[in-house]
Ligand binder design. Structure first.
Ligand code: HEC
Length: 101
């Protein structure tokens, strides 16, 4: 029964994972962002830092810019993520904040 539910859930949520960042896992991305990215943004915009993604004059306007920004900020932090990690983070930020199709 559980596995049937899991499959049904997968099918139901599949569109959320579709392009443009369908190779990333948002759950893994959230863990990575929480660990390496929040404090710096929080010191800039307050709260938990997530306002940086939703502010009116946010810089990221399309999936390419999101990927570029994640790569740049990753380099800044010295977190040394693998490319796959950046994909997870992009998938998470897109699903949660940017919602590019
Ligand atoms: C050392 C500080 C610092 C850290 C750590 C940091 N960032 Fe940033 N981030 C910035 C700054 C500064 C900006 C704003 C750049 C601007 O306004 O032009 C920014 C902006 C962004 C944006 C774009 C927001 C917008 O305007 O749409 C994204 C996405 C982002 N960061 C992702 C990340 C991720 C992912 C990490 C973790 C690897 C991270 N950042 C860690 C300093 C940091």
């Amino acid at each position: 029964m559980k596995s049937i539910l899991a499959v049904a859930l997968l099918i139901a949520t599949a569109p959320l994972y579709a392009a443009p960042f369908d190779k990333g896992d948002p759950k893994i991305g959230k863990t990575l962002v929480d660990k390496s990215c929040l404090s710096c943004h929080a010191s800039m915009v307050g709260g938990d830092g997530s306002k940086i993604y939703t502010r009116a004059d946010r810089k990221v306007k399309n999936p390419q810019q999101l990927a570029a920004r994640v790569a740049a900020c990753n380099a800044n932090t010295g977190a040394n993520w693998f490319p796959q990690d950046e994909l997870h983070v992009e998938a998470y930020l897109n699903q949660e904040y940017y919602k590019f199709k």
